[in-house]
Design a protein around this ligand. Structure first.
Ligand SMILES: [Zn+2]
Ligand SMILES: [Zn+2]
Length: 846
């Protein structure tokens, strides 16, 4: 055998897998033996670095492992090619988005190939191709027909840099998720999906996702943000209803003012023509520049302005002033907040700042415990330094006085309902999903605006609505879709009445494209022609749900929530037979590296000067070394540090295993792997046989149950140590062969080119994937146990059970742990321990 040369063998095996269609699947296995392994598809936004590699390498390990376990594994890949990143980058570089995407796809595909990750490329999707986005438009129409898509003019999140509206989920800490610009609000007509209609189901079905990380389920639950409370029907003095939502109706008698969100439509009407108009509207305009995240932050300085109007509290008939406050959010409840400064900290701070009254309506009752327990002193508003938010008893609360708080909330709600002053209600934090973008690089929203018929959906048989040619487009964003400038495209005929009409010029957010790509993968390119359906129900029902989804946690409330919603809609519409798309989810940690700029550990990025190119690592060490290092660097769900000088360690291990096989290749010729029960083996051979079975058990467990690839690799390293020390006698040859073959098969999912090559070197036909995963026997894993007599001061006092070959330290520790031995030693110090290996232990204690 030649020396290990990854450059030669990796290219050879990549070609072999392609020629033999190793990863092409037809879906012919019984359904119990299908396995859909899905790795989140990338934006073709440039070049992949080794940090990206973790995701795809883990997916490939799982796919290959399942193939070796006899599953038919669907492992596809594609490109999330529409959207702002591509368009922004194309503008910056002065190329057309499609050209830019195509170049990146070509390069990234080469990178995937060189990593040795196996995909069924006949199923590749690119969301920006017309054969694909035709069906993204179809999904929009499915929602439209079901009343789940609507256009409305409303204040929306606006990125001044990307010049487009954004969904709430795309605004992170008040900034654009794409470009980092501060997000403001703008009043423009936008398209929304009614995801709020599915809020409760999205919440309830989280309980079915037991194989998802707890963190992701919690993030989704918090994002949906269900809270139970009451609607209370306040009114303006002229009788205009102004309902509020509150989770604390038990504090209703303590309301001393009310706050409206600056965006509340009532504000403008209330102050129109009054002396306060200028001051109030000026305040509202200033608030709009602050993001909801900043305004909703408990630490933000509370500010407000009196509108001059009053509202009437239905339970007390009291007249309280109506303010506008920065901390009242249109997104929460009704945009009107009843203020109870005695029992809400934000209201308390606001009341103190503006000299508004504070009225205590919950008195603490807990007398404490112990001999010093006494009834707490009653709260007095003047003496309060903070709001009292704990439990107590309702006081000064009309007919509800004396009720326990918060335990009595249901009684208060029943009272409100009985008096027709309000009712029990559930509030969700989740808002409708803004899906229109004022940009070019997306699927056009398939509707037509007709002067007579209004909004008319494009009939399905007229799909796709193709984007106009890129050469006709002025790309730099101007706040209106660039499509609006292409008159020949915009002007069309109404599909209903035939009149001259205009096309919708907004495009769909790329989040919709990625809500169904995994359904498209169930068709091969041949099966997709003549493209008369988005997917085939039979194929989808066979492959779905996805058995294992792998991707980053940053998608927890974006892609993963949107996709669950779209799946439920498709299920309700009868297009698919399942309501949850992803059975199991794994979110990998990031690979970080010391930044040459900040000198801190940071996520790899060009701006931090810490990007490592896989091309360079592969050229120096080979793809299998990069794979092994990536898997060995730490538990895959945690962030890990990439260290350039540690990569060589992974390469050294592969060199060592290679030499082990090469040196024993001749001796192994014609030898069959040992298949006995161990009874005919001498001690040294038996030890290797046992170690082999234990390693198979450990690696299987690490991959199958806990995804601990790092400890799996460590276990194989231990087996390699045992092989190095194994006897070279002809009698031990079958056990040695078993050990070598098992090691190569265990390595096959991790370092696939390397394992294929060694499998052939051991005299087999390729592929090692077809050889299957090695089996272990529990009996073979059992250590021989010895009963060793234990003496204390020369007298036999007990027996201790230890594994054969246990060291003196292990035997001594086990013996000292025995109750009987402890008893005879008593308080005397141990002076000496004499161990005759395997025979006797004497403890001298005097
Ligand atoms: Zn932006
Ligand atoms: Zn019409």
């Amino acid at each position: 055998m030649d020396a290990y040369d990854p450059q030669t063998i990796e290219a050879r095996w990549q070609k072999w897998w392609e020629d033999h269609r190793t990863f092409a699947v037809e879906g012919t296995a019984p359904r119990a033996k299908k396995f859909y392994c899905l790795t989140m598809f990338p934006y073709p936004s440039g070049v992949l670095h080794v940090g990206h590699g973790r995701n795809y390498i883990i997916g490939d390990v799982v796919s290959r492992y399942k193939m070796m376990r006899g599953y038919e594994v669907l492992s596809p890949m594609g490109w999330d090619a529409f959207g702002l990143p591509a368009e922004n980058a194309a503008i910056k570089k002065g190329v057309l988005p499609r050209t830019w995407v195509e170049q990146n796809v070509a390069h990234m595909k080469t990178q995937f190939r060189r990593w040795g990750v196996g995909y069924d490329w006949r199923r590749e999707v690119n969301t920006s191709t017309v054969d694909y986005y035709k069906w993204t438009q179809w999904i929009f129409l499915v929602l439209y027909e079901r009343g789940l898509a609507y256009q409305r003019k409303a204040p929306v999140n606006w990125c001044p840099s990307c010049q487009t509206g954004l969904a709430n989920e795309e605004v992170v800490e008040g900034k654009c998720d794409r470009c980092g610009a501060e997000v403001s609000k703008r009043d423009i007509p936008q398209w929304f999906f009614r995801i709020t209609e599915y809020a409760q189901r999205l919440l309830d079905d989280l309980s079915e996702l037991g194989e998802w990380p707890e963190t992701v389920r919690t993030m989704q639950a918090n994002w949906i943000g269900r809270s139970e409370g009451a609607r209370v029907d306040f009114r303006l003095e002229d009788g205009t209803p102004l309902p509020v939502f509150t989770t604390r109706p038990d504090t209703l008698w303590g309301v001393t003012f009310m706050s409206l969100a600056p965006e509340h439509p009532l504000v403008r009407k209330l102050v129109a023509g009054t002396p306060r108009e200028k001051e109030v509207l000026g305040f509202c305009d200033r608030c709009r520049l602050q993001s909801a995240a900043v305004r909703g932050d408990a630490a933000v300085e509370k500010e407000g302005v009196f509108t001059g109007a009053y509202v009437v509290n239905p339970v007390s008939g009291e007249r309280v002033p109506l303010w506008v406050a920065n901390y009242a959010l249109m997104e929460y409840g009704t945009g009107a907040v009843m203020a109870v400064p005695a029992h809400d900290q934000r209201d308390f701070e606001f009341a103190r700042k503006y000299g508004l009254p504070i009225k205590v309506v919950i008195q603490p009752t807990d007398p404490g415990t112990g001999p010093m327990a006494c009834a707490p002193r009653p709260l007095r508003a003047e003496a309060m330094e903070a709001a009292y938010v704990d439990a107590g008893i309702m006081v000064d609360s009309g007919p509800m006085g004396g009720t326990a708080s918060p335990a009595g909330i249901p009684e208060v709600i029943a009272y409100l309902a009985g008096e027709k002053m309000g009712d029990r209600t559930v509030h969700y934090r989740l808002r409708d999903w803004l899906i229109s973008r004022q940009r070019y690089w997306g699927a056009p929203i398939p509707v037509i605006h007709c002067p007579t018929c209004g909004i008319v959906p494009v009939p399905v048989d007229q799909l796709p609505v193709e984007l106009p040619a890129e050469t006709e487009i002025e790309f730099p964003p101007k706040g209106e879709s660039p499509l609006a400038k292409v008159a020949s495209w915009v002007n069309t005929q109404c599909p209903t009445c035939g009149q001259a009409a205009r096309r919708e010029t907004d495009t769909l957010a790329q989040w919709l494209c990625s809500c169904w790509y995994f359904l498209r993968y169930t068709l091969t390119d041949a099966e997709r022609r003549p493209n008369d359906k988005p997917f085939d129900r039979k194929k989808v029902d066979y492959w779905m749900p996805v058995d294992q989804y792998i991707g980053g946690i940053e998608h927890a409330v974006l892609h993963l929530l949107y996709t669950r919603f779209i799946c439920k809609v498709l299920c309700d519409a009868g297009h698919v037979g399942f309501a949850e798309p992803f059975k199991a989810l794994f979110t990998q940690g990031m690979i970080c590296k010391q930044s040459s700029i900040t000198h801190k550990l940071e996520k790899m990025s060009k701006s931090k000067g810490n990007v490592v190119s896989p091309d360079a690592v592969i050229a120096e060490y080979g793809a299998d070394t990069q794979r092994l290092y990536t898997l060995f660097v730490g538990p895959p769900q945690k962030d890990a540090e990439w260290q350039d000088d540690a990569v060589v360690g992974a390469r050294r291990f592969l060199d060592r295993v290679w030499r082990q096989v090469a040196e024993r290749q001749e001796a192994m010729a014609g030898v069959r792997p040992y298949a006995g029960d161990g009874s005919d083996l001498d001690a040294a051979a038996k030890a290797l046989w046992r170690k082999t079975h234990q390693t198979i058990r450990k690696v299987t467990d690490d991959i199958e149950h806990s995804w601990q690839f790092n400890t799996a690799v460590a276990a194989v390293m231990e087996l390699a140590n045992a092989i190095a020390e194994a006897p070279k006698s002809p009698a031990a040859a079958p056990v040695l062969r078993l050990a070598l073959e098992s090691m190569v098969r265990l390595l096959a999912p991790l370092v696939p080119h390397f394992a294929e090559e060694l499998w052939v070197a051991l005299g087999h036909e390729p592929s090692v994937l077809a050889a299957g995963w090695p089996e272990f026997s529990e009996a073979a894993c059992q250590e021989d146990v010895l009963e060793i007599p234990v003496q204390v001061n020369g007298k036999l006092r007990a027996h201790v059970s230890v594994p054969a070959g246990a060291s003196e330290e292990v035997v001594t520790a086990a013996a000292m742990g025995l109750e009987k031995v402890k008893e005879f030693i008593g308080a005397a110090p141990v002076r000496k321990v004499i161990y005759i290996p395997g025979r006797m232990l004497n403890i001298v204690a005097k």
